[in-house]
Structures are given as C-alpha cells and as structure tokens.
Design a protein around this ligand. Structure first.
Ligand code: NAD
Ligand code: UDP
Ligand code: UDP
Length: 314
C-alpha cells in the first residue's frame, strides 16, 4: 500500500486522464481533476463522482491555479489533429502558458510534476525507430506546429524549471494510444475506423494507407505513467512510452473490419499536410529504467475498444 497523496490531474476528464484518475483513486490517493471540458467529457468520469476522494474543478490551465497538492500530472491539451487545429492559438497557449502555470504551482508547493509530451516532438522522423536523443524533424509553421512546437516548448520549460528551480520533473513522450473513452468524434484513426466499421460506413484511409503508427493500449500506458512518477528523482526523462508494434494504416483497417465483422468498404482520401510517414518508439530506456514494456497486443486491445464503442453508439 502506498502512502495516500493529493494528486492533481489536469485534463482528467479526457481519454487518458480519466483512466489515470481511476487508477490513482484505486491506489488510495486523493485526486483533483482540473479540466475545461474542451475535448473531455463528464461521461468519462461519471463513475468516479461518487467517490469522496475525487474532486472535479472546471478550470482552464492557461489561467493560474492555486491548490495544495503533492503531485501533478499535466495532461491538459487537445490531442487529436482535428481538435488541436480547431483553435491553434489556444492549443499553443494550453501547452505553453499551461505549463508555466503548472510549473509555477509545482514550484510554490514543492510538488513533483509529470508532463504528457508526445512523439510529435520528433515531427516527421528521419530516424527509425525514434530514440529519446533524436532531436526531431519538425515544421515550425505548419498546421501541426501549434501542437508539436507547443509540446516542445513545454519540454523546454520543464527542463529549465528543473535546472533553475530544482523542480522534480517527469517528461513522458507518449506514442499513439487507444482504448475505451476515446472521443468518437475526435478524428483519430482507431476511433474513426471502429465507429465507421460499426456503422457500416466507408473506412476513410488518408493517402495510400502505407504510413505507419505503433499503437499502445491505454492500460499499458497508465501502468508506465505510475512507474515513471514513482521512479527515482534523478530519472527526469524524456522517456518514450508506447508500443513498438508497428502497423500500416491499411493493416489497421483490415484488422478493424475483421474484428467487427463489418461490410464497410475502404475509401481513399487526401493525406493531411505534414502527416508523419512512420512512427515507432524505441522503448529501451523505459525498459531499463522502469522495468516496463507493453503487454497487450493490438488485436486484444482493439476488441476491448470495439466493445466500448458498441455500447456508446448502440
Ligand atoms: P483528450 O483530448 O481526451 O484529453 C485532453 C483533456 O484536456 C480533455 O479532457 C480536455 O478537455 C482537456 N483540456 C484541453 N485544454 C485544456 C485547458 N486549456 N485547460 C484544462 N483542460 C484542458 O486527449 P488524450 O488522448 O487523453 O491526451 C491527454 C494528453 O496526452 C494530452 O496532453 C496529449 O497531448 C497527450 N498525448 C496523448 C496521446 C494519445 O495517443 N492519446 C499521444 C501523445 C500525447
Ligand atoms: N502559478 C499558479 N499557481 C501557483 C503558483 C504560480 O498558477 O500556485 C502561476 C503564476 O500565475 C505564475 C506562473 O505560475 O505566472 C509561474 O510561476 P513562477 O513562480 O515560476 O513565476 P512568476 O510568478 O515569478 O512569474
Ligand atoms: N488516418 C486515416 N484515416 C482516418 C484518420 C486518420 O487514414 O480516418 C491516418 C492519419 O492520416 C495518420 C494516421 O492515421 O497517418 C494516424 O492518425 P491520428 O490522427 O490518429 O494520429 P497522428 O497522426 O497524430 O499520429
């Protein structure tokens, strides 16, 4: 049994945040979820609202927040291209002003702080798979830049607060993660394909479908978050967290069609600008430092996710 802590989860009503809040409550902690509900939803945390150790605060992290906590998981930020491109200026503000506020809070109360960074800091990578020491290949003025550069600047702030203010930081670079409670309308590939397959609508492949992604099931990822937060203070990251199993988008579509038994056809649509061609995490550092590697294969994770979406869309 771990000692109960007061833990702030920003973005706690989102896909990953809701799973994290659930896990932290199970471990006996006092959890404060701060979310402006831009892409998160009450339905993701409804089942937690009866728990007296769970509190929800409607709050936008681009504004200061004064609370007393022991740990902070900073997850607030729209994560899917449709959502982060909807109001790109707000996306950059959330990553940058949001990081400054959460780091200022961590500094004032002496809290340990975790940052949900992303594989997007590598941009359209020229090195494969991507290790943490790779500096990336990122467009600073494109439509994905609000997210990519916002997250890069947040990493810079984390490391400067660490060096200048001795803050205890944990920077995780998360690769594509999927599972129950993804937003059915956020346009991410796993949710899009499952919803399309279940509704018998065409499966939309962007480009020729030969681009690759490596998909991690949410439970595996949350386990890594907890191990990382509890690891020794001198392990700050950045550390890649994801599943190295790499698939083309066409392979993903075929799996979803087979597992849902759908009759949906494939349709090919233009590839969005700056869409990375390939992505696979090098997770040797996480294995060595956290003793962690994902254990849930894509097909098994897809089955759980399909069940969730069946319940959601009826
Ligand atoms: P999500 O959109 O489901 O969750 C983000 C949450 O942040 C939502 O609840 C949203 O309402 C909230 N939010 C957004 N802006 C906010 C603001 N200014 N103030 C307060 N709350 C705000 O996305 P997710 O997949 O759960 O992603 C969580 C975090 O993990 C994000 O920071 C994302 O960049 C990062 N990440 C996710 C993935 C993935 O594959 N899911 C990959 C890499 C990084
Ligand atoms: N801040 C916050 N909560 C706190 C402490 C600080 O939101 O409990 C915000 C505050 O608005 C400030 C930012 O964090 O602008 C950065 O704080 P820091 O102490 O690093 O810088 P300063 O206050 O000197 O600008
Ligand atoms: N994609 C696709 N059809 C869709 C949604 C996405 O072919 O309906 C592709 C997209 O172009 C990208 C990959 O799937 O190459 C992953 O997209 P997602 O938005 O999930 O994540 P990201 O591009 O941020 O990794």
């Amino acid at each position: 049994m771990t000692t109960p802590k007061r833990i702030l989860v920003t973005g706690g009503a989102g896909f990953l945040g809701s799973h994290l809040c659930e896990r932290l409550l199970k471990e006996g902690h006092d959890v404060l979820c701060a979310d402006n509900f831009f892409t998160g939803a009450k339905r993701n945390i409804l089942h937690l609202l009866d728990n007296p150790y769970f509190e929800v605060l409607r709050h936008d992290i681009t504004f200061p927040l004064y609370v007393e906590v022991d740990e902070i998981y900073n997850l607030a930020c729209p994560a899917s291209p449709i959502h982060y491109q909807f109001d790109p200026i707000q996306t950059t503000k959330t990553s940058v002003h949001g990081a400054i506020n959460m780091l200022g809070l961590a500094k004032r109360v002496g809290a340990k702080i975790f940052q949900a960074s992303t594989s997007e800091v590598y941009g359209d990578p020229e090195i494969h798979p991507q290790p943490e020491h790779y500096w990336g290949h990122v467009n600073s003025i494109g439509v994905r830049s609000c997210y990519d550069e916002g997250k890069r600047c947040a990493e810079t702030l984390f490391f400067d607060y660490h060096r200048q203010q001795n803050l205890r930081i944990k920077v995780a670079r998360i690769f594509n993660t999927y599972g129950p409670r993804m937003d059915p309308n956020d346009g991410r590939v796993v949710s899009n394909f499952i919803v399309q397959a279940l509704k018998g609508e065409p499966i939309t492949i962007y480009g020729d479908g030969s681009q690759t992604r490596s998909f991690c099931y949410v439970d595996d990822l949350i386990e890594a978050f907890i191990r990382f937060m509890n690891s020794p203070d001198d392990f700050t990251g950045p550390v890649n967290l994801g599943n190295p199993g790499e698939f083309t988008i066409l392979e993903l579509a075929e799996k979803v069609i087979r597992l849902t038994g759908s009759r949906s056809q494939l349709v090919f649509k233009p590839l969005p600008p700056d869409d990375p061609k390939q992505r696979q995490p090098d997770i040797r550092l996480a294995k060595e430092k956290l003793g962690w590697q994902p254990s849930i294969p894509l097909e098994e994770g897809l089955k759980h996710t399909i069940e969730y979406f069946k319940g959601l869309i009826g």
